[in-house]
Design a protein. Sequence first.
Length: 397
Amino acid sequence: MTRTMMWVVTAALLAGGIQAQAQDKAAAPQTAQSSSAPSPSAAGDLSGNWQGTLALGNGQRVLIKVTKPGAQGTPYKGTLYLVDGGGRAADLPAIAVHGADVSFAIASLGSSFDGKLNSDRTTISGSVKMADGSSDPLNLDHVSDENSWAVPEPPKPMPVDAKPKFDVVTVKPSDPNRPGKLFTIRGRHIVTINTSLSDLITFAYALHPKQLVDAPAWLDEKYDLDGVPDVEGQPSTPQMRLLIQDALAARFGLKFHRGQRELAAYALTVAKGGPKLTVTSDAPSTPANFGFARLGQLRVTNMTMKTFCEGLQGAVMDKPVVDQTGLTARYDFNLNWTPDEGQFVQLGGYHPPTQEDPNAPPSLYTALQEQLGLKLEPTKATVETFVFDSIQKPGAN
């Protein structure tokens, strides 16, 4: 999978790496489907159903169910559903409304929304801002229950001991004129769009691109993949990795071996004073989460230090990150920092604001020590490498 964040990838799919969810900037979306909107109350109550289509791949219908605020002056709350993403849901604990301005963070999807109500408060013209700083329009209509899109029943998970392969899988070169990059599940289909060979391999084997050795010259050529697993149910992250590994072997003829090489890397260690981490109460089988509300604002749940390092190297850092903490538990924590311009290269780079914020959080290195009791330092380390033996472009399906 790409080291770029994908908006529709959920924590359940990326428990061992990065969650996801930013993409290359997509083209303008389809307009929200019109329907009979309920009459707003005299007070302009915004509770109810809001829906619209975000252009992502073939389009992503979004339904937001908004509940009334609690005490006076508190924000609205709601739940966002990806109608074309298997009905996946994201909690919206704080939908702020200031006059005509509406905004909320979609923390579990690594994005945020800003929009403006029209004069009769029945439509919102807005956009979703991705973790990479790109922005895609999303216009919402206030609709009645009978006119709102149906939310699919969430799929049942695959058996935890299943080791799936693709029953059938097609791979074809991507359309160079098609915008965006996508990795998602549609019914029983595992689908990727505009994903390079590098994207697929680094996701399948939880690698940093700099760990790839003797790679082919066409490593960055993009492909669309569509496959149906031979096991019913929604795969976990390890099962997703197995499926992409299967496609790489079956369709690309990938053969490789593991090696060791001393590389420039970052070492994560415990800082003086010890860790400041909360051990999760989630079961080990609960999907882990590595999600950005925005660049530099990270939420981690049910994650080991090893998988946290995989997330850092996949989304943030320009080199592999090696876990040298010696910590073996799974943790929940928030980490807030101000990125520098050398970070988030995989997501299109960080572009600092034109005006410096005196209240901005510290650098990543300081934030790790102050907030988590961890230390990240550049070093030379012996890192496992992925050495290509043979690979070929996929033939006709």
